[in-house]
Design a protein around this ligand. Structure first.
Ligand SMILES: *Cc1c(COP(=O)(O)O)cnc(C)c1O
Ligand SMILES: [Zn+2]
Length: 558
């Protein structure tokens, strides 16, 4: 099955440096038995080609072909993976006071998660090595993605899944024609069962992070980010650009390990001038990397009994990623952080409500990590943050929305009787929905900030919103509309917020309307004194969440 090699690839042992050409699956170094082998390429040749040659290529992950461990293009198994957009988290950034939060929209891969990069490469390499049957253990997304690509490549796939994987994901795996083996235990035990089965049957076992394909495939996220960032925030001294932070939800650590290697290669090639800081976020009910790092352990202490609903990243034994990532974070900065299931679901909900991005809980873990590290002051508000939005929407879980996610309209029986025009009865019924409406006035000159406030209020669906962009218009609006509450910015053109407030309080018709001041700057003691007794609440821009604001409004405008 070997064919002429278009692209040379070597395997280098991380322990002893022994190097061999990569021509077949190799588990360990022949010289020292070390199991961590790194792919190496002809970097001098690549330096000649990149970045110029790339401008001629389509924007998908195979544009980085020279730094992927496949020797012959003829074996590429592709469905258009990679090339996902790098998007600006507009409203989230406004709410948090961070102008530079971007996210890599990996939901847009062929099977809806960033595992498609790994799968496309892994299945291509299997094809190149003449493998026609393979085994993979998974918490869901790897099984889905490998199954899709192996269907295309004509490879029989055995998938071993922990029985905790939601049945929707399992059915998708089955749909692609893979064998689905549910193992009634944790993911770590499932991996062992899969390895035993592979050994017994003599079938090729995908080694996950211990193999080359997974890590090398994940590099392409970083190459793309580095190429995309200059278009969003301008170029520096190098053609491509490194963010200050890369955020990812982590289980086995394939992503951050691959991303780190990619930046090392880009640095070597002169495409970027520095490394990013890695923020590895785990879910608190299964956070072996975070906990072990905090305890200063050399080896990760496994979590034997994961307690989380976020099954996609419930890896209790992180394996070699632990040593690798802790070294990176110790030497270069970065962070390990854990977030609870509740914080995760909240982040998921916020991104959907504010920026229209619906992701699976595992991806939301990374966003919850942004909230947490911001509030801890670990990341600065003006830093450039890229979050891996790693997976697609999942059928929305019940507990995420609570009980009041829909309103039922009772239509009287006669309204739907045959032959009768139903409109009248329906309109009457819809009146029920309007009962709770409150009237809110926003006086704020920044259209983006107005949009964010409006968006936060809209998600409750019960408000009538009036807007004004300066002090004079704001005063007129309040006198005309008699709102239940006023949201007031201080730095507005014409007469400023302080003057608006004085005018309001000296007008008996509107003096008792509660006012929440939303300020962009820290106030001086003098300014605070001017506000005291006049306003109901002072909120700092970038320092409150949508829930905080809604709570304040509910407290006052009833
Ligand atoms: C696999 C996966 C992760 C975690 O990946 P690592 O192997 O830890 O890099 C995070 N989110 C989603 C959606 C995943 O499928
Ligand atoms: Zn070796």
């Amino acid at each position: 099955m070997t064919s002429k090699s278009q692209y040379p690839v070597w395997l280098e042992c991380a322990s002893c440096g022994h190097t061999i050409p990569f021509t077949r699956p190799t588990k360990a170094c022949a010289q020292c038995g070390g199991e961590w082998l790194d792919a190496r390429y002809d970097y001098d040749a690549v330096r000649e080609l990149w970045p110029d040659a790339l401008s001629q290529r389509p924007f998908n992950m195979w544009r980085y072909r020279e730094l992927l461990p496949l020797r012959d293009d003829a074996h590429i198994v592709t469905m258009g993976e990679g090339g996902t957009p790098l998007l600006h988290a507009t409203n989230l950034g406004l709410m948090l006071g961070c102008p530079h939060i971007y996210f890599k929209d990996e939901r847009q891969g062929p099977t809806g998660s960033f595992k498609d990069r790994q799968a496309s490469l892994a299945i291509s390499v299997m094809k190149e090595h003449g493998i026609t049957e393979a085994i993979v253990a998974s918490t869901g997304n790897v099984a889905i993605s490998y199954s899709a690509y192996s269907a295309l490549a004509g490879i029989k796939m055995w998938t071993f899944l922990t029985s905790l994987v939601p049945s929707e994901k399992m059915r998708e795996v089955a749909l692609y024609g893979s064998e689905v083996i549910k193992v009634t235990t944790t993911y770590d035990q499932t991996k062992k069962v899969a390895a035993d089965f592979a050994a017994r049957k003599g079938i090729f076992l995908d080694r996950g992070i211990r193999g080359i394909s997974a890590r090398e495939g994940m590099k392409t996220v970083a190459f793309e980010m580095a190429e995309q960032l200059p278009r969003l925030i301008g170029t520096g001294d190098t053609p491509w650009r490194t963010p200050d932070w890369y955020f990812q939800a982590v289980s086995g650590g394939m992503g951050p390990v691959g991303v780190w290697k990619a930046y090392q290669e880009m640095l070597l090639l002169g495409l970027v001038d520095r490394m990013p800081k890695l923020a590895c976020i785990q879910v608190a009910g299964c956070a072996p990397i975070v906990n072990s790092f905090n305890k200063g352990l050399e080896e990760a202490e496994p979590v034997l009994n994961p307690q989380t609903r976020v099954i996609t990243i419930a890896t209790g034994t992180p394996g070699p990623a632990y040593g690798y990532l802790t070294r990176v974070v110790r030497e270069h900065g970065g962070a390990f952080e854990a977030v609870t299931d509740d914080e995760t679901f909240r982040a998921m909900h916020v991104m959907a409500k504010l920026d229209g991005i619906s992701m699976e809980p595992a991806a939301a873990v990374a966003f919850a990590g942004v909230f947490k590290l911001l509030s801890k002051g670990v990341i600065k508000r003006d830093e450039v943050i890229v979050v891996n939005c790693s997976g697609h929407t999942f059928p929305v879980e019940k507990h995420l929305l609570g009980d009041e996610w829909a309103q039922t309209v009772e239509v009287p029986a006669e309204a739907s009787a045959p032959g009768r025009h139903p409109t009248e009865g329906l309109l009457g019924s819809l009146g029920q929905i309007d009962d709770r409406v409150q009237r809110i006035a926003i006086i704020e000159d920044d259209p983006k900030a107005r949009l964010l406030l409006r968006r936060i209020l809209q998600t409750r669906g019960e408000y009538h919103i009036f807007e004004a962009a300066d002090g004079i218009a704001g005063l007129e609006m309040v006198r005309r509309e008699h709102p239940d509450i006023i949201l007031l910015d201080l730095m507005i053109p014409g007469i400023d917020g302080f003057a608006v407030l004085e005018a309001l309080k000296s007008d008996e018709h509107v003096a008792d309307v509660p006012v929440i001041v939303i300020s962009a700057k820290e106030l001086t003691a003098d300014e605070r004194a001017r506000l005291s007794g006049q306003i109901d609440m002072l909120m700092q821009k970038g320092d409150f969440t949508d829930e905080d604001l809604l709570e304040e409004i509910l407290k006052r405008a009833s």
